[in-house]
Design a protein around this ligand. Structure first.
Ligand code: ATP
Length: 554
């Protein structure tokens, strides 16, 4: 088999379709409740997806909690006291602007509607040709590109039919040019309702009695539990400021328009760190000066700006370790107008998805807003006694907040590749689809095959190798189909190495030196080499740790 030029992937939408198809075909992601027609905004992770997800979460936990002395973990409940959401501001402000189509009732997020130019038809009302009924409600329709005025009138008739007219005759038609309008349904041109705010929190009731008093919410973010448990963590550990509390867990948002596959879901997982620091005035008091630039190694004189930069750098660095190239990441610093009223600065880390550059993670400097709010609402002190400054204060916080599902999608998009190869088996060109996962997130690190399924001695040896490797690496065993097809299956699920047990392994002469050796085939280069079974484990371990970055593979 010889490798030919990489096929250039042109259409980004086609690319996304192929990625979605692969995720379904190979058991990474399934629509939730699919046999009942699915449920918009909810997804299930199949046998391979769940492994990738666990790998992502474990990599984050290891980097943020286990490899640091200044961060501890938390696993809090999803449903919390409803006052939490009052204090955090979510009840009052965690909402998106929403509009509905007056004809189809389809709901849109106002800020996601593309502004349109065109001509709109206005009607003062309609009468019924079959009955004396009249509807005096005005209505308008935009004539969409490629459509005729009659199409727009038809939409208007639909509207008046919904208002009870059996055979509407439109009244008082006039027309007007409109520019940059977001008042019409981009799919049928129908007028939309005025924009109103829609709270994104899922409501539920706790206990057997459904009353107003029992209403609570599924958490829309994991962060608040960290603030609410700040005192308990402080009292039960020996943490001293600066220190962090980290949590991974489910969050729920009743998104108006879930879209872009798993990117915007209604149920998702977050990985959040709240890193508590001294307010700048305390740094100034104890250190005599404030360093705003920071660097690699944290110092006592760092102000919030230095810490914010530090965490941005740490988080960018981490993405490389799960296979996201720095070239595919971009920083977006929120403007003053975009910032939440309490935030001092927020930088979003964007990833180049096939459907555009979108947020993977936000790193916010949130001041002392959250702890102060919970202190005021609960009446319980959430301050900290600083032994150096010899005073109490409410710590400030830096919050790196990432989404597991978005990252998994980014990892799959980034790993997805197609190349055209000449297949000697088939005698023509074939497309090889390969997920070039970083080994840290690959569901299986290696796969073991006997060359032939019907040779018991090959199968026995292959099983022996498989069972011994499985002690050290997630490993897959496959004996079905031609060896080339087995390689392709592993390529499609991103297994970095395939190990084949052949006749040389069991019968090779001592002279040829092939006895007790196996073929190890590399997913990315497709090169094969013989490795002795005795050295196999170390060989795989080494290959997994010195994995080249994706950019250097091309
Ligand atoms: P967006 O602007 O895209 O709605 P956000 O700024 O509201 O996101 P945050 O509240 O900062 O998001 O949440 C932190 C992280 O949680 C996001 O960077 C993202 O990775 C993840 N996240 C937020 N909402 C969703 C969602 N609906 N589906 C999947 N992941 C999400």
């Amino acid at each position: 088999m010889c490798m030919e030029q990489d096929q250039h992937i042109t259409k980004e939408s086609d690319l996304m379709e192929r990625i979605v198809a692969l995720c379904k075909r190979r058991g990474l992601i399934f629509p939730s409740s699919e046999i009942y027609g699915g449920i918009n905004g909810f997804w299930d992770y199949g046998p391979l997806g769940v492994e990738i997800k666990r790998n992502i979460k474990e990599a984050w936990w290891r980097d943020i909690v286990q490899l640091r002395e200044d961060v501890v973990g938390l696993d809090a409940s999803i449903i919390m006291h409803p006052r939490v959401w009052d204090a955090s501001g979510h009840l009052a402000t965690f909402s998106d602007p929403m509009v509905d189509c007056l004809v189809t009732k389809k709901r849109f997020r106002t800020d996601q509607i593309e502004p349109l130019d065109g001509v709109a038809l206005f009607f003062t009302g309609a009468r019924d040709s079959l009955t004396p009924a009249v509807c005096n409600e005005p209505f308008s329709v935009l004539i969409l590109p490629g459509k005729k005025p009659e199409d727009a009138r038809q939409v208007a008739r639909q509207f008046y039919s919904l208002r009870g007219l059996k055979d509407p005759v439109l009244l008082g038609e006039s027309c007007c040019e409109v520019h940059g309008t977001v008042s019409y349904n981009p799919e049928n041109g129908a007028q939309l309702t005025p924009s109103r705010q829609f709270n994104l929190m899922f409501k539920t009731t706790v206990g057997p009695v459904e009353t107003e008093d029992n209403i609570t919410y599924l958490r829309p973010e994991t962060a608040q539990a960290i603030f609410v448990q700040f005192r308990n963590v402080l009292d039960t550990t020996r943490m001293k400021i600066p220190f962090g509390i980290a949590q991974i867990g489910k969050a729920f948002r009743n998104e108006i328009n879930p879209r872009n596959y798993t990117f915007r879901s209604r149920e998702f997982e977050q990985m959040e760190l709240e890193y508590f620091i001294r307010p700048d005035e305390i740094v100034l008091k104890t250190q005599g000066q404030i360093d705003e630039q920071g660097g690699e190694e944290p110092r006592c004189n760092w102000g919030w700006k230095a810490w914010h930069k530090y965490w941005l750098k740490q988080r960018r660095r981490w993405y490389t370790s799960v296979g996201i190239s720095q070239d595919d990441l971009e920083e977006y610093w929120q403007t003053k107008e975009e910032l939440a009223h309490y935030a001092k600065a927020t930088v979003d880390l964007l990833f180049r998805f096939p459907f555009g550059k979108q947020e993977l993670e936000g790193i916010a400097a949130r001041g002392d807003f959250d702890l102060t709010q919970h202190q005021n609402y609960s009446g319980k002190p959430l301050d900290y006694y600083d032994e150096v400054a010899k005073q109490r204060y409410v710590p400030h916080v830096i919050e790196p907040s990432a989404g597991v599902d978005r990252l998994l999608l980014a990892i799959v998009c980034s790993a997805y590749d197609e190349e055209e190869l000449f297949s000697e088996e088939v005698g023509k060109k074939e497309t090889r689809t390969v997920l070039r996962f970083h080994p840290s997130v690959a569901p299986y690190k290696c796969a073991v095959f006997p060359l032939l399924k019907n040779k018991p001695e090959l199968v026995a040896k292959a099983r022996e190798v498989f069972l011994s490797l499985r002690q050290f690496f997630p490993c897959y065993y496959d004996e079905n189909g031609a060896i080339g097809r087995r390689y392709r299956r592993q390529d499609e699920i991103g297994t970095p190495m395939c190990i084949t047990i052949d006749f040389e392994t069991i019968e090779g002469s001592r002279l040829s030196g092939q006895r007790d050796t196996v073929t190890v085939r590399d997913r990315d280069t497709m090169q094969q080499r013989r490795v002795s079974i005795a050295e196999l484990k170390d060989h795989i371990a080494e290959k997994l740790t010195v994995f080249p970055q994706r950019s250097s593979l091309r």
